[in-house]
Design a protein around this ligand. Structure first.
Ligand code: ACO
Length: 193
């Protein structure tokens, strides 16, 4: 995803984490006045691209939505030499804690607040090159979590395949909401049954 400004001057690190204040931990040395406007533009555009890829009627990721939440957005940019010009954004992963009622193996409801995978997108031309794995691994490290501890909001077939391939997450515990949790979700948690 290209932008009419130099991505490297806005996103300093290969993977940038953005929270509700839309301020990266490492800001460019000479942060310009239009810096915040450019960050907003990046978040809005990648959110739109993700919604299009998932055939959603409206983006679930935007700068204004991020500001009103406690979600975290991990954005991966292209650091390859062949893309040395203005740079491009490869994709992003959005996560956040949510209070959920999750059924365990006995069918009992458990009130939990897991970290949830809320939105995940890699540019169409760059899928299946390992970029999704790089983003996901980085997020797991930052959040200090094992993949089975996550809940996933309406995963697409591609995401289910991704989780199977990279994290051997196969068996799900059936739920009555849109979230998917996998075997191991309740390990180390206090299930009510
Ligand atoms: N068809 C089926 N599986 C796919 C596809 C595809 N077109 N693309 C990726 N995958 C899965 C496969 O398991 C693949 O392994 P394989 O090539 O051996 O079959 C694996 O992901 C590849 O891993 P990465 O290269 O690390 O992943 P990638 O960079 O492609 O990112 C992602 C994965 C984010 C799911 C990407 O495919 C994508 O953006 N898809 C479209 C949007 C989408 O479905 N996002 C998830 C929505 S649900 C949610 O966010 C909660």
């Amino acid at each position: 995803m290209e932008f009419p400004f130099d991505i490297h001057k806005v996103l300093v690190e290969k993977i940038t984490m953005l929270g509700p204040n839309l301020r990266p931990a490492r800001r460019p040395f000479s942060a310009r006045v239009d810096f915040q406007h450019q960050i907003t533009m990046i978040v809005d555009e990648i959110g739109k691209a993700s919604a299009k890829a998932q055939h959603l009627t409206a983006p679930i990721t935007s700068a204004s939505r991020l500001q009103g939440s406690d979600h975290r957005l991990y954005i991966l940019k292209d650091c390859s030499a062949k893309n040395a010009g203005k740079g491009t954004v490869i994709g992003f992963l959005k996560v956040g804690y949510k209070k959920l009622f999750v059924l365990d193996h006995h069918g009992a409801h458990n009130e939990v607040e897991p970290l949830c995978v809320l939105d995940f997108y890699v540019h169409e031309a760059l899928q299946r090159h390992g970029h999704g794995k790089e983003l996901f691994q980085y997020m797991l490290q930052q959040e200090h979590l094992h993949p089975s501890q996550l809940a996933v909001d309406r995963p697409s077939e591609k995401l289910l395949s991704f989780l199977r391939k990279h994290y051997s997450l196969r068996s799900t515990i059936p739920q009555v909401n849109n979230f998917v949790v996998f075997e191991g979700f309740f390990q180390g948690r206090n299930a009510s049954a």
